[in-house]
Design a protein around this ligand. Structure first.
Ligand code: ZN
Length: 687
């Protein structure tokens, strides 16, 4: 069995195309059993405990489990199938049980505490790891006894299953609907790349005309570009009712009950651990002090953004009217007319920009920026393990001294069975042991439109930003100099700081210096002309008030759903959203909209009572970029300092100290407001 199971092989990373669903459960079970046996034996020997005889071997077992479960979770995200999903779901409870069991093991807890007490502080990484481990024992209910202990375990198990269920419903509901149209005239204005893909979708389904699926590129093509109001409404309704009790596939993959249960269980879990609400529990390991501080932060941003947003909405309405639209603007019209206004007022259209951003050129430019900032070169290389799909690429990072210090898989294109959105995940975390140095490897996953018939894949500027964003996470993971996986890269980094390196990188895709490297016209090879760059810069502030309000809306909804949960009243999704929208909503939303049902970040991912992290970290990332603006955008010395003080340190330095080490002072929100165009008096939009 063992020889046949690639997950149990000797290699650090198994060949992804060799992993089958039937490998999953036996491999995970085998390492779970090994871990349990080791812990039992170690605890039976009793104190004294040391780093070398307790912490190091347990961390190694944890790492081994991560190297088995990591590829499984990754494939579940990028190449899902019924059989893999079944194997994943069958394994998840056993893994959750192990984590709960270890987290509640009082002997282990005492062992870590005694090692921490004896620690002399000589190795800051070890100290950070021990400190965080002790805290995590406490947040896992190590102090609970009897029934409460058992209850905690049940909750953890059910929550893990519910998170997976939430994502399944979302994926299934997306795949249960399509928009078919045979009338070319109704699709005029839809970008060519989206049309070719829709035609290919139709052919592959044996249908005539064009088929738009419910993924983000297709959604955006219709919502922003299709002049036909009925098609836009159909697409909008399907999108905002995904996995809910409303819309074209109402009730088929409904997350209503899943959400209600998740919120109830999280509240109960927090109460068991002695917290008043789940938000209080969620904030313990974060940089923000408490939920009220987060709420004040968000409301302050909303109040700054609101007057701008009001102006922006008026401008869209006026523009639509001037263009002959006699209808009152509905939610499914806003994207379309905003895009028309954006083209008019900024002089630029997404269609005109895409040819300047072929994926390969953008990657070359991104790598050139990386070299300028940090000295490292990025080059194509043979992957350490065979990938899961032919479109996946592999690159490695080479430091100034010629040493390979990291690598990444890039999975760029959208396809059936692949989760939407974009993300970075660790494939292998840096580790130094007696056997030498193991370099970190990242997964970068995007959902760009695949190239049609040998043509290049052309990115929108938004997608260029996405690539820079995920690569920023990737650099955080790959440029770490911490040798312990538990606190290396993004591990152990406060959740509301994790988005600092990613959002920081986005800034370069706005600058002349960055765009000179990133843009290369697909036919002429020319970089983006200066006039178009000036137009593009105007788009940066275009509707930034509305965008800020939208992000604050998501964050406040998340925070209040968790902070204000009352078991007597249940989930209160609609009520809470209505209250939040008194602060953030300017446009009436249709009654069928079910936004929370697709809010993966907080119900399927790790952002519960933490969605505010994006804005929190953006204050930090904008302020960091301010230092580059002061020194010269690609200033190598500032880049070196950023690499050393932020990217290299992983979770070993408290976030406030880390920020001060780079910036020489505490963070200030001015740079974010300036970059967003939200300083000074709001101006009426250009005609
Ligand atoms: Zn991110």
């Amino acid at each position: 069995m063992r020889e046949d199971n690639p997950l149990l092989g000797d290699r650090e990373i198994p060949d992804f195309d060799a992993i089958s669903p039937e490998h999953v459960l036996p491999a995970v079970r085998s390492v779970i059993a090994e871990t349990r046996a080791w812990v039992q034996a170690r605890v039976a020997r009793g104190a004294p405990y040391t780093w070398a005889d307790t912490v190091a071997p347990l961390e190694a077992l944890d790492d081994r489990l991560a190297r088995i479960w990591g590829p499984v979770g990754h494939l579940h995200g990028v190449l899902d199938s019924a059989a893999l999903r079944e194997a994943y779901n069958a394994t998840l409870p056993e893994l959750t049980d192990l984590h709960t069991e270890l987290g509640q093991d009082r002997d282990l807890y005492q062992a870590y505490r005694s090692v921490l007490e004896a620690d002399d502080g000589a190795d800051p990484a070890a100290r950070a790891l021990l400190t965080q481990a002790v805290r995590d024992f406490e947040l896992s209910g190590v102090a609970l006894g009897g029934e409460a202990r058992e209850r905690y375990r049940e909750i953890a198990r059910e929550l893990a299953a519910l998170g997976a269920r939430f994502e399944e419903n979302l994926l299934d509901s997306q795949q249960a609907w399509q928009l078919q149209c045979s009338d070319r005239d109704r699709l005029r204005g839809v970008p060519g790349q989206a049309l070719s893909r829709a035609a290919a979708e139709a052919r592959s389904r044996g249908l005539s005309g064009w088929v738009f699926t419910l993924d983000h590129p297709a959604f955006d093509a219709i919502i922003s570009h299709c002049p036909d109001r009925e098609l836009r409404r159909a697409m909008y309704e399907a999108w905002v009712t995904r996995a809910s009790d409303q819309g074209p596939v109402a009730g088929l993959h409904d997350n209503t009950g899943v959400i209600a249960r998740i919120l109830a269980l999280r509240h109960e879990e927090a109460a068991l651990l002695g917290f008043g609400d789940y938000a209080a529990l969620s904030l313990v390991p974060k940089m923000a002090s408490d939920a009220d501080a987060v709420e004040r932060f968000l409301i302050d941003l909303a109040s700054k953004a609101r007057p701008y947003a009001q102006q922006e909405l008026t401008a869209v309405r006026q523009h639509a009217r001037a263009a002959g639209c006699t209808d009152e603007l509905e939610a499914w019209d806003l994207g379309y007319w905003s895009e028309r206004l954006r083209e008019t007022s900024t002089g630029i259209s997404e269609g005109a920009l895409r040819p300047y951003f072929p994926l390969d050129a953008v990657l070359d430019g991104l790598f050139a920026v990386t070299t300028s900032l940090y000295g490292v070169r990025v080059q194509a290389a043979a992957p350490p393990a065979r990938p899961w799909h032919p479109s996946v690429r592999y690159h490695q990072l080479v430091d100034t001294d010629g040493a390979v210090i990291g690598g990444f898989y890039l999975d760029p294109y959208t396809r059936p069975g692949k989760r939407g959105g974009a993300w970075m995940d660790d494939c292998l975390t840096r580790h130094r042991s007696g056997a030498g140095l193991r370099v970190p490897i990242a997964h970068l996953v995007c959902n760009f439109t695949p190239p049609a018939d040998g043509a290049a894949s052309l990115l929108s500027h938004d997608e260029v930003l996405t690539l820079f964003h995920e690569f920023g996470h990737g650099l955080h993971h790959m440029l770490t100099e911490v040798d312990l996986p538990g606190v290396g890269g993004i591990n152990g980094v406060a959740w509301d700081v994790v988005e600092l390196p990613s959002q920081f990188m986005e800034n370069f895709a706005w600058t002349r210096e960055g765009l000179d490297r990133v843009s290369r016209h697909v036919s002429s090879g020319e970089p983006l002309p200066s006039a178009m760059h000036a137009d593009l810069l105007r788009t940066r502030h275009f509707q930034s008030g509305l965008a800020m309000l939208r992000q604050v809306e998501f964050a406040l909804l998340d925070l209040r759903l968790h902070r204000d949960y009352d078991p007597g009243q249940g989930a209160r999704l609609a009520g809470t959203l209505a209250e939040v929208r008194q602060l953030t909503g300017l446009l009436q939303r249709p009654p069928f909209e079910r936004f929370a049902h697709a809010f993966s970040h907080i119900f399927g991912g790790g952002y519960a009572a933490g969605y505010y992290s994006y804005k929190w970290a953006e204050v930090l990332s904008s302020d960091v970029f301010g230092a580059f603006e002061e020194a010269g955008v690609l200033d190598a010395e500032t880049g070196r300092r950023f690499r050393e003080t932020v990217l290299a340190v992983g979770g070993t330095v408290p976030p406030a100290d880390m920020f001060r080490a780079f910036r020489g002072r505490d963070p200030q929100p001015d740079a974010l407001l300036r970059h967003s165009g939200l300083l000074g008096e709001p101006q009426a939009a250009a005609p």
